[in-house]
Design a protein around this ligand. Structure first.
Ligand code: RP5
Length: 155
């Protein structure tokens, strides 16, 4: 089994259905990844330790999905210079607008690349992570391009 190069984190077990697309896309594209549930407010020390150790263990891109105040992606981005993709999740009474603003509005210097709210965003986070990795992986680049050709043929 290849070591994971993408870490997918989410703030709660309850986020799993909405975040599943990120893992599905990476599996389809043959990108080794790991999935963890870690909460920025319930387990902040574990979040910090994971973010600080990710690069040294071979992770190259991080995906973080959370709902409500959604500080997981930003908390991770504060502790690593790996690219962090944030997925705002829509499980709250505000339907993800809260998570969108919390995730996208990072102060300058510590970016979170924020994708769409909910399961569409989770899938796009998987694609975006793969596209970042494809910059230095010609086989993955070819798989992504082949997939675009396939999806164009379906329209
Ligand atoms: C956030 O709070 C999680 O990412 C989740 O979207 C939301 C609710 O979490 P639970 O109360 O369902 O664990 O931290």
């Amino acid at each position: 089994m290849a070591l994971p190069v993408v870490g997918i984190l989410m703030g709660s077990e309850s986020d799993k259905p909405r975040m599943a697309g990120a893992s599905d896309v990476l599996t389809e594209l043959g990108v080794p990844h790991e999935v963890l549930v870690l909460s920025a407010h319930r387990s902040p020390a574990e979040v910090g330790a994971y973010a600080e150790g990710a690069q040294a263990k071979g992770i190259r891109v991080l995906i973080a999905g959370a709902g409500m105040a959604a500080h997981l992606a930003g908390a991770i981005a504060a502790r690593t210079v790996l690219p962090v993709i944030g997925v705002p999740l829509d499980g709250s009474p505000l339907l993800g607008l809260d998570a969108l603003l919390a995730t996208v509005q990072m102060p300058p210097g510590v970016p979170v690349a924020t994708v769409a709210v909910g399961s569409a965003g989770a899938k796009n986070a998987g694609f975006l992570a793969a596209q970042i990795l494809a910059l230095s992986n010609p086989e993955l680049d070819a798989r992504l391009k082949a997939r675009r050709v396939q999806s164009a043929a379906k329209t």
